[in-house]
Ligand binder design. Sequence first.
Ligand code: B16
Ligand code: MG
Length: 218
Amino acid sequence: MKKNIFALDGKPVRGAIFDLDGVLVDTAKYHYLAWKHLARELGFDFTEADNERLKGVSRMRSLEILLETGGLAMDEAEKARAAEKKNTWYVEYLQGLDESALLPGSRELLRVLRDRGVLRGLGSASKNAPFILKRLGIADLFDAIIDGTQTSRAKPDPEVFLLCAKALKLPPACCVVFEDSLAGIQAAKAGGMRVIAVGKRELLPGAEMYAASLKDML
Ligand code: B16
Ligand code: MG
């Protein structure tokens, strides 16, 4: 392994918890296209820079940030309809998804960790995670899967990662989280875990280690 996750802070790493969108799979672009479509229908442009704030946060919170960006307000019923619309478009984009959408190094790193006795968990905010994992054919590489269908509090709340550590039967301090979003890094830190950020240090402060992609870890 090029970057030694076992040397992180000198404490043992017994579990690795992976975020899904933007870490293991390139679905972030489909989220963006679907939100941009919704913004266009609502009469404003939504840029890639605006989209940075949506990464890792729940569907409803993402909609609220989008409305804030466009200077619009909606009541709860309208919000539910708009979020549903966005999800329909997103799921349509996902229909073509296959193993080629796996980000470089994803499957290989999961296998290396398995072979070295490190438990692997998934900690994703996405309610579409079960469908995506099935399409990618990597579900059997995880010992525990926690996604947006099992959580009630969005990142930066640590709930998703704490539930995952519990499902792995490991104390949070023995786990390392791989994340591509600021909300996710904050969630992992709040849960008492170490973080490897997948992305740029300037955009993702607070992690113990940085990697441009999971391939860098191998
Ligand atoms: P859904 P992650 C997150 O997944 C995405 O990063 C975020 O953009 C999305 O809004 C959220 O899932 C909810 O996804 O609408 O599919 O339920 O990065 O935590 O794996
Ligand atoms: Mg992510």
